[in-house]
Unconditional design. Structure first.
Length: 352
């Protein structure tokens, strides 16, 4: 008896769905014009994902928060069989990401990319060029799109598998230390300064690609902390793209960054023998690589608009000149450089 009571919410959902379909049919008969579904609920119900729509309505913890970007992979109704509302809400949380990814974004990610510690883009050979996550096909791509949210319908619930083996966080301390020792000091200072702000989102990702501007090309980045954070986010791409992956992308294709509503565009690749992004050439491919991160060196930062604010929270040029003047870039000073940058940027000694 208790088992049947735990999913009491199924029955009213189907009754409401039936009424909604009847109303929609009557409304459609009076108008020949098609209007797209105005809400995520409407889109889900019209596509047959009634229980996903119900959980979004009934659960206090929505996987689609109004204030932040998110992507939801909606399971079919049978995936909720014998689940209580609490368990159903937990299921949707495991099928969501705190980033906005359209079908076009997913297709540009290399096969095997880890979207999170549990979700992997897997190969799926079909006539309609479908995408699969953890081996489960996306049946209703871009079912709902808004400025902040994307919903894709899938053919089944995702199995519980770890992406690429045991989950390991991105080693930010090793990444920043390696960048500082290779001469990307100014960008490293900026990254360390805003790492606390971007890490909550980055922590949900298993793989990223970082485009690190050379010091001489990053000195012009001035302005508020928010400006600096936006610039750093624009240089961190979701998914791991080694140089070969970037070469395989077509000119005009876009890749998603950690900056909201901001993508980078491939402007040269393939037969050209080089890779350019937003008009900036990758001059030092794969400066640093791990399983979860790859770093490419570029001569200057990716510009979006003009930043002329006089509010300067971080003068990366001055910090870089200080480091050069006292010869901290000499061999054997890598760890000292790293700890100095941590102290200047964060006001504390960072752990290795």
């Amino acid at each position: 008896m208790s088992s049947s009571c735990s999913h009491w919410w199924h029955a009213p959902v189907y009754i409401a769905a039936t009424i909604a379909l009847v109303v929609a049919a009557i409304s459609a008969s009076g108008s020949t014009r098609f209007s797209p579904p105005p809400t995520a609920d409407d889109a889900l119900r019209r596509a047959g994902f009634h229980l996903t729509a119900a959980v979004l309505h009934l659960s206090p913890s929505s996987p689609l928060p109004s204030s932040r970007p998110a992507t939801l992979f909606a399971p079919p109704d049978p995936a909720f069989t014998n689940l209580s509302l609490t368990s159903a809400a937990a299921l949707l949380q495991r099928h969501s990401l705190p980033i906005l990814l359209t079908l076009a974004d997913l297709r540009r990610l290399p096969q095997g990319s880890c979207l999170s510690r549990e979700l992997t883009i897997s190969p799926l050979f079909s006539s309609n060029n479908s995408i699969a996550i953890n081996g489960i096909a996306i049946s209703h791509p871009d079912l709902y799109l808004s400025e902040s949210h994307a919903i894709h319908g899938i053919t089944g619930g995702f199995p519980d598998v770890a992406c690429g083996g045991p989950a390991t966080p991105i080693p930010w301390s090793r990444v920043t230390r390696a960048l500082g020792s290779r001469g990307y000091v100014a960008f490293t200072v900026g990254l360390l300064t805003v790492l606390g702000a971007i890490e909550p989102t980055a922590r949900t990702l298993d793989q990223v690609t970082i485009f690190a501007p050379q010091d001489i090309g990053f000195h012009q980045v001035t302005g508020s902390r928010a400006t600096l954070e936006g610039t750093i986010r624009r240089h961190v791409v979701i998914g791991r793209y080694d140089y070969r992956d970037l070469m395989s992308l077509k000119v005009g294709e876009e890749i998603r960054t950690m900056a909201k509503d901001d993508r980078l565009t491939i402007t040269a690749s393939g037969d050209t023998g080089l890779v350019m992004i937003n008009g900036v050439q990758i001059t030092e491919p794969e400066v640093y690589t791990t399983r979860g991160a790859v770093v490419h060196g570029i001569p200057r930062y990716f510009r979006v608009g003009n930043h002329t604010s006089s509010d300067l929270l971080l003068t990366v040029r001055s910090i870089h000149l200080l480091i050069v003047n006292v010869n901290l870039k000499a061999a054997g000073c890598d760890v000292f450089i790293y700890h100095l940058l941590c102290f200047v940027a964060a006001g504390k000694v960072c752990s290795k």
